[in-house]
Design a protein around this ligand. Structure first.
Ligand code: APR
Ligand code: PHB
Length: 387
């Protein structure tokens, strides 16, 4: 079998890339180890930057997004001293959208299926070959157990942090930070107790109130890494959330409800460079991981492929300049987001060092009271322009 671009991984990065390439007349095949059902059920992040929404809308993926996403003007920063609303629209001229990655993935899969895209699920043994040449190929075993080979002009690794693509880059440079805390995340069948997201600093640890819809809340608690979920009963979770999010302060209440999912997420920063080797390009989690506090993971994956798609289109038409620049330009945004995610994370998560706590509170007071401080957060949170 032969195609122009083999895309490894059907997460948001791989699916959106195949969509953007198709719009440019470039043919691709997407390979995915999991089943379609598994990919569509996976619970992930929920914030889309302003520029991500603009891009998705521009390329015909905005219909359900416009109908079902929740536009938010900003966020609340909460400490035991005060709750401050940061109005991003006032500060930088635009807000963000709350829209689950699950919903976006469904939109992308629907659009790809409508467009006749080849999405090959449940593959095993994905291996990359001859990426140093102009004729790379990928081998795998399909769901029926047949050995297959696809020849291509370009291979793109969108296979997340555990996929094989990154390993195919010889001698990559990597940077890693393991944060000394984790998140316990829950989904609950209860209307959100807040109109916009609450990011809370508390001596017991960070907490966040997010949402998926008018009837479903998403909440997080800072917990020690390696926490056993069995130690956290639903009651214990709601009690900790109430304390950290300020239940009872100034008449605000947190309404608990049935928890339908809980999991512990590690907090890690990671970057691998370069994001290109020969005819192999990396995008999304395959090249970088950010801790979730800045809500950047999904948006960074979108930003990568927004840059990569025109670069590949040009490369296949004989102009390699954008493709040559891809790794450096993508990494500049990756590091901006890595820094913002680190800044939000270290400002909001408690350590056992009381000096850290005072620095965090001083920083939070500055962001809450200074327009310059608030605007810096707003500019990064809503996302820098894609182009
Ligand atoms: N062959 C084919 N597919 C693979 C392989 C493989 N060997 N290994 C992994 N995959 C698939 C995974 O099953 C997954 O569906 O690659 C896909 C990678 O998707 P994501 O992990 O969603 O990564 P990405 O598309 O870069 O999206 C980034 O996802 O992890 C979140 O927080 C992150 O929101 C961000 C977004
Ligand atoms: C989420 O809704 O899952 C979410 C929102 C904001 C974050 C992280 C996760 O910073």
């Amino acid at each position: 079998m032969r195609t122009q671009v083999v895309i490894i991984g059907a997460g948001p990065a791989g699916l959106l890339l195949s969509h953007l390439l198709a719009a440019d007349g470039v043919e691709s095949v997407v390979l995915e180890t999991r089943s379609r059902e598994y990919v569509l059920a996976r619970i992930r992040a929920g914030i889309l930057e302003h520029s991500s929404v603009e891009l998705l809308t521009d390329v015909g993926l905005g219909e359900r997004l416009a109908r079902e996403s929740m536009p938010h003007r900003g966020i609340y920063l909460h400490t035991p001293e005060q709750r401050t609303h940061l109005d991003f629209v006032d500060l930088v001229g635009h807000g963000i959208h709350v829209y689950g990655q699950t919903d976006l993935t469904r939109d992308l899969v629907d659009a790809r299926v409508r467009g006749g895209q080849q999405l090959v699920y449940e593959v095993t043994g994905t291996a990359l070959h001859d990426i140093d040449t102009a004729r790379p190929y990928v081998t795998f075993v399909d769901a029926d157990g047949a050995a297959r080979r696809i020849d291509a002009d370009v291979v793109v690794g969108c296979d997340g942090s555990f996929g094989p693509s990154r390993q195919a880059v010889p001698d990559p440079r990597t940077w890693e930070r393991t944060y000394p805390y984790a998140w316990l995340g829950v989904l609950a069948d209860v209307a959100p107790s807040t109109d916009e997201l609450i990011y809370a600093w508390h001596p017991d640890g960070f907490a966040m109130h997010s949402m998926r819809s008018a009837a479903v809340s998403r909440l997080y608690l800072q917990v020690p890494p390696g926490t056993d979920i069995a130690e956290w009963s639903d009651d214990r979770i709601w009690t900790a959330l109430a304390a950290r999010l300020g239940h009872g302060r100034d008449g605000w209440t947190l309404t608990p409800g049935p928890i339908t999912e809980k999991s512990v997420l590690p907090m890690r920063g990671f970057v691998a460079a370069p994001m290109r080797h020969g005819r192999l390009f990396l995008a999304g989690d395959a090249a970088h991981i950010v801790p979730p506090t800045g809500a950047k993971g999904l948006n960074l994956a979108i930003a990568d492929v927004a840059r990569l798609a025109p670069a590949l289109g040009a490369l296949l038409r004989g102009d390699g300049a954008l493709a040559a620049a891809y790794s450096d330009t993508a990494l500049a945004r990756v590091w901006r987001c890595q820094h913002f995610s680190w800044w939000m994370t270290t400002m909001l998560h408690v350590t056992d060092d009381p000096f850290d706590a005072q620095l965090q509170l001083a920083q939070l007071r500055w962001v809450a009271s200074s327009e310059a401080g608030a605007r810096g957060l707003a500019e990064n949170y809503t996302g820098l322009p894609l182009r």
